[in-house]
Design a protein around this ligand. Structure first.
Ligand SMILES: *[C@@H]1O[C@H](CO)[C@@H](O)[C@H](O)[C@H]1NC(C)=O
Ligand SMILES: [Zn+2]
Length: 318
């Protein structure tokens, strides 16, 4: 990792297995109201974000496509924009030869930055792929699945209600507590008015079913969920049982190594570690615990160590 230039690195470039970046887990889970509005000259709104995604698809048909255009909708029927970025034009290559990663953006309504960082990433990655002899990221080797706006209803709610502290879906479910791993533990709430409300059962929400369905169809080598709010890089597990017992995923050593590399490569210093150790609170039913614990998404390091470096090198400074 010493080859990575700190000044050219951004989190959006980084694909780590089961790492949850910059997560906002707040200690105080009572709903709050934010008094300040985001500057929409800087941030997209839901409509313009969707248009930007459609534009990427139009302009890059050989490389960016919807996974299934009519599937993967929110409870209110809005697109989550599940994309796939790879070189579709290279028909000689078997799908299984490509390293498959799943990236997740926009799970929490109030976190605008991850979705913006996705746009930066797509822009740079595709520009480099189409113009450079030696592109930063090799789309013959990589098959990137992206959930671009995981929680469009929540985002809509934020914009129409002007409640910029809203975290959940349209029904107030915290998607990152709605997964089938230690669902229902004390690191979540059964109270619909709590911002860590987990829903009535695992995958009660169509928005989280998307991840279950995708991982049923594709065996991913890596998963990354992007959030905003704190300079920390989390690896699984985050649940309260793991916190009590010290349980860790099998490939914890490799994950810690990657997290360390990532932490050293960013402009600002990021703390890293297992979520359950880094924080004194826990999170039950989280998306990345599900990916690590149930889906065993853990191959990246074994399959292609350089992968990481390649991605880091086509980065920007967001
Ligand atoms: C969203 O942003 C676009 C482009 O800036 C603007 O034209 C539109 O009015 C905005 N929509 C809403 C609902 O705010
Ligand atoms: Zn979040």
């Amino acid at each position: 990792m010493s080859q990575i230039q700190t000044s050219t690195v951004t989190l959006t470039r980084i694909f780590l297995l089961c790492i949850n970046v910059l997560h906002v887990y707040t200690m105080d889970v009572k709903r709050q109201r934010e008094r300040f509005k985001p500057d929409y000259k800087v941030y997209h709104n839901l409509t313009s974000a969707s248009m930007t995604i459609e534009h990427f698809l139009e302009a890059n048909r050989g490389f960016v496509r919807y996974v299934e255009p009519e599937k993967y909708l929110s409870k209110l029927g809005k697109k989550q924009h599940v994309l796939r970025v790879t070189n579709f034009e290279n028909v000689n290559l078997k799908n299984s030869d490509r390293v498959k990663v799943l990236l997740s953006f926009g799970e929490h309504a109030r976190e605008f930055l991850p979705v913006e960082s996705l746009f930066q990433m797509l822009k740079k990655l595709l520009f480099s792929w189409q113009t450079s002899e030696d592109p930063d990221v090799d789309l013959n080797q990589l098959d990137i699945y992206i959930v671009a706006i995981a929680n469009p209803d929540g985002r809509q709610h934020v914009e129409t209600s002007n409640n910029y502290c809203w975290r959940g879906t349209s029904s107030g479910v915290d998607l990152n507590r709605n997964f089938d791993w230690e669902f229902g533990g004390k690191g979540s709430s059964k109270d619909p008015s709590d911002e860590e409300y987990r829903g009535i059962k695992p995958f009660s929400e169509p928005e989280s079913q998307t991840y279950r369905d995708l991982t049923e169809q594709v065996h991913f080598d890596g998963f990354l969920s992007l959030h905003s709010g704190i300079k920390q890089i989390y690896i699984p597990f985050a649940d309260s049982l793991s916190q009590r017992t010290g349980r860790a995923p099998e490939n914890i050593k490799e994950m810690l190594k990657l997290a360390k590399e990532l932490s050293k490569s960013t402009i600002y210093k990021y703390q890293y570690g297992q979520a359950a150790k880094l924080n004194d609170y826990s999170a039950d039913g989280s998306i990345f615990d599900y990916m690590a614990g149930r889906r065993k998404v853990n191959n990246i390091y074994l399959r292609k160590k350089n992968f990481f470096k390649d991605l880091l090198q086509c980065s920007n400074n967001m």
